[in-house]
Design a protein around this ligand. Structure first.
Ligand code: CA
Length: 226
């Protein structure tokens, strides 16, 4: 999952980024002014946007208005200072999905981020079951046929994204856009390596396969006969 933080308090932004990266394996971009943030939000397919309201150049509500007008439906969580009640209401009316008042508890922020992304994929529960594959997106525990499988963060990140979109073909470009940030070396053969590792580790038995390559289109997660 790829998240954009638009927040001019750089220490807070870095702090949130660190927690989202370490605890949830998300990829995070930071923008510290409204103009740049609006540009990033409009040009990248983020899974979640954390939006401060009082920002240099363009304020948060203006960014929200613009991205919703352009048809961008990424979940938006507003980060607000105390006493901005009216702004919160305006934000919700403009299409934000949730808000948190600073200073906030990081665990609560994490829970809300996870929940907003899940709900945007139509998944009310934090657990995903696909045939013999079970994923707990809260603890990152993965199991196949009841047997626990330990995955490195980068492989888990890829699996979780495919699982959120079970039954859909996900192109390699989409995977790169949602799983890597600007600093990453986003070579597409890295994805092939992760996919082949996942196939080896998540073996549903001799008759089925979980991750399918759709030639020329991408990958699909679903337990189907070999
Ligand atoms: Ca601010």
């Amino acid at each position: 999952m790829r998240v954009l933080i638009i927040e001019d308090e750089i220490r807070l932004a870095r702090n949130i980024k660190q927690v989202l990266t370490e605890e949830l394996s998300y990829v995070v971009d930071i923008s510290t002014d409204g103009e740049d943030g609006r540009h990033l939000a409009l040009t990248n397919p983020y899974d979640l946007i954390l939006l401060d309201l009082l920002l240099p150049k363009v304020d948060g509500l203006e960014i929200l208005r613009t991205i919703r007008e352009r048809g961008n439906s990424a979940p938006v969580l507003i980060l607000t200072a105390r006493g901005e009640r009216q702004e919160i209401v305006r934000g919700l009316n403009l299409g934000s999905d949730d808000y948190m008042t600073k200073p906030f508890d990081m665990d609560e922020l994490l829970a809300r981020c996870r929940s907003l992304i899940r709900r945007s994929h139509g998944r009310p529960s934090s657990e995903i079951q696909v045939g013999s594959l079970h994923i707990d997106t809260r603890t990152h525990v993965v199991g196949v046929n009841g047997k626990k499988v330990v995955l490195p963060a980068l492989e888990y990140r890829l699996l979780e994204y495919l699982a959120m979109r079970t039954g859909e073909i996900v192109s390699k470009t989409e995977l790169m856009e949602h799983l890597y940030d600007f600093q990453s070396e986003n070579f597409s053969n890295v994805i092939e390596v992760y996919i082949s590792n996942l196939r080896r580790k998540l073996d549903p038995g001799p008759h089925y396969r979980l991750i399918h390559t759709i030639r020329g289109q991408g990958y699909l997660l679903g337990e189907l006969p070999q």
